[in-house]
Each structure stands twice: as C-alpha cells, then as structure tokens.
Design a protein around this ligand. Structure first.
Ligand SMILES: C[S@@+](CC[C@H](N)C(=O)[O-])C[C@H]1O[C@@H](n2cnc3c(N)ncnc32)[C@H](O)[C@@H]1O
Ligand SMILES: [Zn+2]
Length: 333
C-alpha cells in the first residue's frame, strides 16, 4: 500500500479517518505488512502482502463469498495480459477515451486482475483506487506494483472504505454478479464527488434469452458448483467450438465483401465477431468466466435506466455493447 492511499480511505463502519498504526515491513514504494486503525471507532484493519484488507472472506455473506472464491481462482489462473485489453476496456466505457483520465481521481469497483487499473494509471490518472472482494487483488497488486498512482484494496463494493473524493467511478462486468446489482451501483456512485462521472457495463437481458433459458440453469446447478480445476478442463469443449467458429467462420465472413450478407445472419454475431481476434487462452477464459459465476443477472435496459434516474445522473448515455450488454455513462449533479 502506498502512503498516499490514506488520503482516500474512510472507515467502512463509521466513516472515520483511517491512520497507520504500525508498520512491520515496507519497501521504497509500498507498505507490505502493517496495521491501519480507525481514529473514531478504533477498528483495526491489516495490510497483508501490500494490500489493505477491509473485507474478511470468512465473514461475508455466503453468496458473495462463493462469487469471490470463484473469481479469485479464475483471475489467478488467467493472470495473463493481452495487447487488446486497452481497446476492449474503452469499448466497455465508451464514450470515455484515455485522455479523459488525465489528472482524475478514479475508483474502480471490482478490478479482478487489475488489467484496467494499470492502463488507467499509465493514461495519467492522478490516482486510481481499485477494489475487489476476491483474492484476485493479489494479481492486481503484482501487476500495478511499480505504478505510484495505482492502489489496490480488498473490500466489498457494498462497504467501500473510501471518502467521497472521486472524479470518476466505473465498474466493468461486476455489478451483475452481486446479489443486488442496483445496490452495488448506488454504493459506487456514493463515492463520486458532485459533478463527477460514472460508467458501468453489465450483461443485458435483451438478446440473451438463450443464455437465460439454457446456460443459466446449467451454470447455477452444475458448472458453478464443481471444482474450478474440473471446470477449467470441461470448459475447453464449448471454448474450442467457439474458437473454431470465430476464427474460421465469423472473422473471415465479416472481413469478406461477398460474405457480408451471410455474416449479418450469423448467431450472436456482434459479440462473436468482437472476440474473434482474441487468442485461445483469452477465449477460454471468457467461457470459463461465464460458467464459474454462482450469481449472474441479465439486466434490461429499462432497469438499467432506472438506476441512473435514482442517482439523479445527468447527460446519461446508455448504449448497446455488442448487442448483448449495456454500457452507461453519466454525470452527477
Ligand atoms: C467478471 S470479473 C471482472 C473484473 C474486472 N472488472 C475486469 O473486467 O477484468 C468480476 C469481479 O468482481 C469481483 N466482485 C464480485 N463481488 C464483489 C463485491 N461484492 N465487491 C467487490 N468486488 C466483487 C470479483 O471478485 C471479480 O474479480
Ligand atoms: Zn470507524
């Protein structure tokens, strides 16, 4: 943990000031082992392996814990970086572009392995504070260690240990995995300063009827319950089918002028075309990620719009992403 993070922290129980109590181990940039203390209620939080721990997985509700354990395993297995992540991220947070981040204090809700965190830090954010409930924070910490403006915290998005100090908060692929997605959105927004900005990307209900009807029951009753190691092997079967289809059918048909009319009729075309350039490991991780999650909601545009209305967001832009998910961007009054 970099000392600068103290400027943004607040006690998740009482909102009090968080201060350093004792340091056992530190290097030139990071505090590796230490204790934090709330100046008001005296609650103690530990810094372990460089990460402040505001959530104890042993004590969070069962559903959230299952989700965190699944994703913790997933991101430690699929810890690779990919040169396409930057553009992919910008697709999820459109209309935000890299220069938007310059000088901003940014909050990331559910950072996984920190692939977006490291890019935001390099794009010139003043500071980016990235939160995740799972052990994926270990990977996120390792991938942002040398970046003075990147901060990783283990915490629950419902109980953010942060002040209302952020110019921009975003969450990509996280809210639909919460027991109450709208509540997670509001919690994230509650840390944004008046006049600040928010982005969110979620699974859509529209165009995903086949997932809701056929894949969801399988996910809920089987794939999210078996051991991740077994799922890693089993998920290679659908991933291989998808990989061959994207490389041999979707990519060539979309690229050829004569194939255009056939391409337009392809199943789930926008999404499968968008992931076609990714390599085998990346496509495998996408399938695995869908199948391992114990909780996943598919949210309608109407419900998503309601979230933005409830926080009185202005100039809201909601749009399709690959015609299977919703992305939103707005500004707080
Ligand atoms: C599909 S991953 C997306 C990660 C990252 N946003 C990305 O795009 O690479 C969902 C992430 O949400 C995190 N998560 C789930 N429930 C959470 C909660 N209650 N609080 C904070 N993070 C949570 C998981 O641990 C996981 O890393
Ligand atoms: Zn306190």
């Amino acid at each position: 943990m970099k000392k600068k993070l103290l400027d943004y922290l607040a006690c998740p129980s009482c909102g009090g000031v968080i201060r350093l109590r004792s340091i056992q181990e530190e290097d030139r940039i990071e505090i590796i082992t230490a204790e934090l203390e709330c100046a008001s209620c005296a609650r103690i939080f530990r810094i372990v392996r460089g990460i402040p721990r505001f959530a104890d997985l042993e004590n969070v509700e069962h559903e959230k814990r299952m989700t965190a354990e699944s994703f913790g395993w997933s991101w430690q297995e699929f810890s690779q970086d990919d040169e396409r992540y930057g553009e992919q991220f910008l697709g999820w947070i459109t209309p935000v572009r890299p220069d938007f981040f310059a000088g901003k204090i940014v909050l990331e809700g559910g950072c996984g392995k920190g692939r977006h965190t490291q890019r935001i830090a390099r794009w010139g954010a003043r500071d980016v504070v990235a939160v995740d409930l799972s052990s994926a924070v270990e990977v996120a910490f390792a991938s942002t260690r040398g970046l003075e403006n990147a901060h990783i915290i283990q915490a629950d998005i419902y109980h953010l240990p942060l002040r209302r100090d952020f110019d921009y908060a975003f969450s990509v692929g996280v809210l639909h995995h919460l027991p109450d997605p709208g509540k997670g959105f509001k919690s994230l927004v509650s840390k944004v300063k008046p006049g600040g900005y928010v982005s969110a990307w979620i699974y859509g209900a529209e165009n995903n009827g086949w997932i809701v009807r056929f894949i969801n029951p399988l996910r809920r009753s089987f794939t999210s319950k078996i051991s991740p190691r077994l799922l890693l092997q089993l998920s290679k079967i659908p991933a291989a089918i998808m990989y061959v289809a994207t490389k041999l059918v979707y990519a060539p048909l979309n690229a050829s002028k004569r194939g255009g009319s056939i391409a337009r009729r392809l199943f789930y075309r926008d999404y499968l075309t968008a992931i076609a350039p990714f390599n085998w490991r990346e496509q495998h991780s996408l399938v695995f990620d869908h199948l391992i999650a114990p909780t996943a909601f598919y949210i309608s545009r109407e419900e998503f719009e309601e979230w933005w209305r409830e926080v009185n967001a202005m100039d809201v832009i909601i749009g399709w992403h690959n015609k299977n998910s919703w992305r939103g961007f707005g500004r707080l009054p």
